[in-house]
Design a protein around this ligand. Structure first.
Ligand code: FE2
Length: 233
């Protein structure tokens, strides 16, 4: 049976709908005056508004659209390539910050060494991706990599939740390998895009990073063969 609504609830709904329509009319009117606002058909605007174009403080409705306005404007493979390089830089910077915790919390000397070695490699990856961004975009800025945020949060939770040393070692390996697999996918994709774009120097550099990520993953698999058995004993 359908839920009945009180007169008060209905009035509130009508008022909210009226406010929404009024805000949409305001935005469309602005769009008619400002060419950067006109491409409303896709739900996205062509370019972000300048601060002067907000005559008054933005309403919640306008803020919702402003989130789309600040999205990267990706129109071709080169722009997509640069955008993903920015995400790769954010990813590597976050891994550089996360690895010292993994080194500290692992109780296996071989595993500690593997993490230490990969920390140094990761610092090199940061430099290499910065170099690629400077070459292709003029400056090395980042774009948030949401995947690495999730994976590093998972790793931090694991460190907190698993207190037995042997079990924690294998949990750390599992968390690190999830990161490595993501990195391998990222650099494999970027390398291929660089090849398609005719950026052979970029492709070689990206392949060298991809290879180091693959080696790191391989070493972790080898260590896990022994450490998994210790944890199960
Ligand atoms: Fe890396």
């Amino acid at each position: 049976m359908a839920k009945s609504h009180s007169a008060g609830e209905e009035n509130l709904a009508v008022e909210e709908a009226s406010n929404l329509i009024r805000e949409m009319k305001t935005m469309i009117a602005r769009g008619l005056r400002d060419p950067s606002y006109r491409d409303l058909s896709s739900g996205y605007f062509r370019s972000p508004p300048t601060s002067s174009s907000w005559k008054n403080s933005p309403t919640p409705f306008e803020r919702k659209y402003a989130m789309k306005l600040t999205s990267a404007n990706i129109q071709d493979l080169r722009a997509l390539y640069i955008n993903n390089l920015k995400k790769a830089l954010d990813m590597e910077q976050k891994i550089t910050k996360a690895l010292p915790d993994l080194i500290e919390k692992s109780s296996d000397s071989e595993l500690k060494d593997a993490f230490r070695t990969h920390l140094e490699q990761t610092k090199g990856h940061v430099s290499k991706v910065e170099k690629l961004l400077e070459k292709n975009a003029g400056h090395a800025e980042t774009e948030t990599c949401k995947v690495i945020q999730g994976l590093t949060t998972e790793a931090s939770d694991t460190i907190k939740d698993v207190t037995d040393p042997s079990l924690r070692n294998i949990a750390l390996i599992g968390a690190a390998q999830q990161v490595e697999h993501h990195e391998i996918a990222v650099y494999g994709t970027l390398r291929r895009w660089a090849e398609i774009l005719g950026l052979s120097d970029d492709a070689r550099l990206l392949q060298s990073i991809e290879k180091e990520e693959g080696n790191a993953d391989h070493i972790l698999t080898q260590i896990s063969e022994r450490v998994n058995m210790q944890a199960a004993a």
